[in-house]
Design a protein around this ligand. Structure first.
Ligand code: SR1
Ligand code: MG
Length: 410
C-alpha cells in the first residue's frame, strides 16, 4: 500500500521512496541520496540524486503555512499554479524554464529538472559574477510571457479562461500586504527598520501623504488590471544562472496582473545588486567594471524589453483595435510607467517590510548599509512619484545615479 495516497509534509527520508514510486528514471533506491535544500520563504525543496548514474531531480512540496512564518496560511493550490505556469512558459519561452516531470495533487508536489549546475542569481551577483546574456534572456522571457498571454494577442474568451485558472488569492494577498500596504504604514508589527534609517523612513515614507496616495492607486491597479499572466515574484532569487544559461523558476505567485509588476521587480533587484556592489567593493578597476556591467544590464532590461515587445506585437497582435496606428507605443509607455512605479515599490518593501534581501542585510558596515538603503529609498520615491518620466533604460539609471551622487555629497 502506497504511503503517498494522503497528504503529509515529507521529510528527506520520505522523498526517496516517493520518487521511486512516482518516476521511472531511477533504478535503485539504495543508490539514491536526498537533501532538503530550500531556502525560500514558503516551500520545502528536496534534491534527489544518483551519484553513480549522474541522474537527479528536484521535488518541491507546498505546506499549508509559509515556511517563513505560520502567520501566513496558504492554499497548497499554489504548487498546481506553479506546475501549470512552468509548463505554459515552457511552450512560450523554451529553454528559459526548468522541465516539469510530474505534478501530484495529493502530495502537493512538483517534480522538476535539477538545476544544480546553475547558481541563484542573487548569490552570483553578490559574488560579483558577470552574465553577458542575462538582460537578453530576461527580456525574451518577459516580452513573450507577458505579451503572448494578454488580450492583445490571445482570443479574449481563452484569455479569460486563463484568468480563472490562475486566480491566486492568498499569494496575491501576501503581495497586497507586504508590497502595497505594510511598508507605508507606521506601527506595522511586521516592518523592521534599520536603526540608522528609522527616523528618515518615518518622516519620508510613512508620513509622505503624496507617496501614500500614489501607492494606494497602484495597489488597486495591481488588484484589478488583469493585463497578462505574470510570474508574480520575479526577483533575483527566482532566477538560476550559468554563464551560458538562464532559467526562471518559482512562478507560484503567478496571476493575471499588470505587466510592469514583473519588469519592475527585475529592475529593483538589479538595483539591490548595484547597491551591494557599491557598498562592498573597494574603489578600483574591479568595482568600475562590475558596476558598469550592472548599469548596462539595468538599462538593457528596459530598452531590450521595449524593442522585443514592439517586435513581438507586430508579429502576434490579433485584436483589431490594438492594430490602430500608435496604439502599440501608447501601450508600451503605460507598461513602462507601471514598471517604474513597481521598481520603487519593490525597493521600499524589501528595505522597510518583512521580506528583506541579502544584498542589503549582508552589508556589515553600518554606515555603508545606511547609505545603500537611503540611495534605494530616495530613488524609489522618484520611481513612484515621477513614474511617467521613465521611458528609457537611461531614465531609470539616471534616477538611481542622481540619488547616489546627491547622497554622497550630503
Ligand atoms: C511570506 S512570503 C514573503 C515574500 O517571499 C516571496 O518570495 C515573495 O516575494 C513574498 O513577498
Ligand atoms: Mg519564491
Amino acid at each position: 500500500m502506497s504511503k503517498f495516497t494522503k497528504y503529509f509534509l515529507m521529510e528527506s527520508s520520505d522523498v526517496i521512496p516517493y520518487v521511486m514510486e512516482k518516476l521511472s528514471m531511477f533504478e535503485d533506491a539504495q543508490r539514491l541520496q536526498c537533501k532538503e535544500i530550500g531556502d525560500g520563504n514558503l516551500n520545502y525543496v528536496f534534491r534527489v540524486w544518483d551519484e553513480e548514474k549522474g541522474t537527479s531531480v528536484i521535488v518541491k512540496q507546498a505546506g499549508d503555512t509559509a515556511r517563513i512564518s505560520d502567520e501566513f496560511k496558504l492554499s497548497t493550490n499554489r504548487i498546481r499554479i506553479e506546475s501549470d505556469v512552468l509548463q505554459l512558459e515552457g511552450k512560450l519561452v523554451p529553454r528559459l524554464v526548468p522541465d516539469v516531470y510530474l505534478y501530484d495533487d495529493v502530495m502537493n508536489c512538483c517534480v522538476m529538472e535539477d538545476l544544480s549546475d546553475h547558481t541563484i542569481l542573487r548569490t552570483a551577483l553578490m559574488n560579483h559574477q558577470i552574465f553577458p546574456k542575462l538582460a537578453d534572456d530576461l527580456t525574451t522571457f518577459m516580452a513573450n510571457t507577458l505579451l503572448l498571454t494578454s488580450d492583445v494577442v490571445m482570443n479574449h474568451k481563452e484569455k479569460k479562461e486563463l484568468v480563472k485558472n490562475y486566480i491566486n488569492p492568498e499569494l496575491c494577498e501576501i503581495t497586497e500586504d507586504l508590497v502595497y500596504s505594510e511598508p507605508f504604514t507606521d506601527h506595522n508589527k511586521r516592518n523592521e527598520l534599520f536603526p540608522l534609517n528609522e527616523g528618515w523612513i518615518r518622516e519620508h515614507i510613512y508620513s509622505d501623504d503624496e507617496l501614500r496616495m500614489e501607492v494606494a492607486k497602484l495597489k488597486f491597479a495591481f488588484m484589478t488590471n488583469a493585463q497578462a499572466l505574470l510570474h508574480g515574484d520575479l526577483h533575483t532569487g527566482s532566477v538560476f544562472v550559468r554563464k551560458d544559461s538562464t532559467k526562471i523558476i518559482d512562478p507560484e505567485f503567478a496571476f493575471y496582473g499588470p505587466m510592469g509588476y514583473d519588469i519592475g521587480n527585475v529592475v529593483a533587484n538589479l538595483i539591490f545588486a548595484w547597491a551591494n556592489a557599491d557598498a562592498t567593493i573597494g574603489s578600483g578597476v574591479e568595482k568600475d567594471t562590475y558596476m558598469n556591467w550592472l548599469e548596462c544590464t539595468i538599462t538593457d532590461i528596459i530598452d531590450l524589453f521595449s524593442v522585443k515587445f514592439l517586435e513581438a506585437w507586430n508579429v502576434h497582435v490579433t485584436d483589431s483595435m490594438a492594430k490602430e496606428e500608435g496604439f502599440d507605443r501608447w501601450y508600451l509607455q503605460s507598461v513602462l510607467e507601471d514598471t517604474a512605479a513597481v521598481t520603487g515599490l519593490e525597493l521600499i518593501r524589501r528595505i522597510v517590510g518583512l521580506a528583506k534581501v541579502k544584498d542589503i542585510t549582508s552589508i556589515v558596515d553600518e554606515e555603508a548599509r545606511a547609505r545603500a538603503e537611503r540611495i534605494c529609498l530616495q530613488a524609489a520615491k522618484l520611481f513612484i512619484l515621477q513614474a511617467s518620466t521613465h521611458k528609457t533604460g537611461n531614465d531609470f539609471l539616471q534616477t538611481l545615479k542622481t540619488q547616489a551622487l546627491s547622497f554622497s555629497t550630503k
